[in-house]
Design a protein around this ligand. Structure first.
Ligand code: CP3
Length: 340
């Protein structure tokens, strides 16, 4: 999740100068930060250090990540002409300017291979991108918002502009994910963080198609020869999407992330097809006494048995002030657990 690094003193030590975007585009820094939670916590995979707005920056859209706020653009883009000016940018620009990302992924997979050698087990790198709706929620408002009214209202205010924007975003963000997979990431995740703001009908009618289109671009990347994989696993995740899980799962994905609001066994029933699940410890439990935290971890692992496979993680981002030792405790509890 986006703030995993923030709780670590070694992350803060590396981020004393320069902006978040500078760090994302610096292959040495990005790869080093990616490895930090792996080394400290002994987790079984690394999440690439980047951000969902990086492909927009690569495409030449002016954007920054404001500390404590999130993605901020120079202006809102609410009208058909604002949107037409954006979508005139050729999405191929993302791949043309992706050199720092390619180098960061390559360097990260190399560092992971060394770490993997020490541990004697594989350490995959999970690449990621933001879903078109979540990116649109920031772009239209020009920054973070509570209810994403800009994006939700554009769907009916000007459907043609909405379709134009989300089709363009699907190419921008799908290309960003494909670039990471081409460079050696072992799995890809699409974050539709704010899709939970949508009614299921609206999701199906106006949002699902562009998420599927973004994932289809990533799907074109073949699994590396000798990996033993038929295809590169793709994960889809949204926050507050309990009512949307079945619809999200109709997309061609290999695993579905579930936030902390829906127990994994309930999610498995809602989805109605055998799909590996990822989730879903409430980040608030990082502040709980160890025995309460461990009991929650064990409950989630038991609930996860309802799915054909389960990737344990938090049900959303790591709070900035979380105690790194609590995260380490979660990892140890997961590794120690065996089904009854
Ligand atoms: O934690 C990691 O290092 C993993 C890499 C990662 C980041 N962003 C780095 C980051 C991932 C997976 C993301 C995804 C992301 N970014 C999402 C989707 C996932 C989710 O959490 O819902 C979203 C919505 C964003 C946009 C974004 N970027 C927000 C809302 C923020 C938080 C702003 C704040 O400071 O509260 C960011 C900043 C961000 N992205 C940080 C990191 C490590 C924090 C920057 C810092 O303080 O150093």
């Amino acid at each position: 999740m986006r703030q995993a690094g923030r709780s670590l003193p070694e992350y803060r030590a590396l981020r004393t100068s320069g902006t978040m975007l500078d760090a994302c585009l610096n292959p040495e820094l990005a790869s080093e930060i990616t490895l930090q939670p792996v080394r400290r916590h002994g987790v079984d995979a690394a999440v690439f250090f980047s951000d969902i707005i990086v492909p927009l920056h690569l495409a030449g859209v002016e954007v920054e990540i404001a500390p404590g706020r999130g993605p901020v653009f120079t202006k809102p883009r609410e009208t058909a002409s604002d949107i037409a000016a954006l979508t005139a940018i050729d999405p191929a620009t993302v791949r043309e300017r992706a050199e720092p990302i390619v180098r960061a992924v390559e360097r990260t997979t190399q560092l992971l291979a060394e770490e993997s050698e020490r541990r004697g087990e594989a350490l995959p790198l999970i690449g990621f991108a933001g879903a078109p709706f979540t990116l649109a929620a920031y772009i239209i408002e020009g920054g973070p918002s509570k209810d994403h009214m800009g994006a939700r209202s554009l769907i009916t205010r000007d459907r043609a502009a909405w379709d134009d924007l989300t089709a363009w975003l699907a190419e921008i963000t799908g290309t960003f994910l494909a670039v990471q997979l081409d460079a050696g990431a072992s799995a890809g995740q699409l974050f539709d963080s704010w899709a939970g703001a949508l009614a299921p009908d609206t999701y199906r009618d106006a949002v699902q198609g562009s998420s599927a289109a973004a994932l289809a671009i990533a799907r074109e990347v073949a699994a590396p020869e000798g990996s033993g994989l038929e295809r590169i696993p793709l994960i889809h995740f949204g926050v507050g999407t309990g009512e949307l899980l079945a619809d999200m799962a109709t997309i061609d994905i290999d695993a579905l992330g579930v936030d902390y609001r829906v127990p994994l066994d309930v999610a498995a029933r809602r989805i109605g097809r055998p799909l590996p699940l990822q989730g879903n410890l409430d980040p608030a439990l990082l502040f709980a006494p160890a025995e309460i935290r461990t009991a929650a971890v064990e409950r989630i692992l038991t609930e996860g048995l309802a799915a054909p496979a389960h990737v344990f993680n938090l049900g959303h981002g790591v709070p900035k002030d979380a105690d790194p030792d609590a995260l380490g405790g979660v990892v140890r509890a997961v590794h120690a657990w065996r089904p009854a």
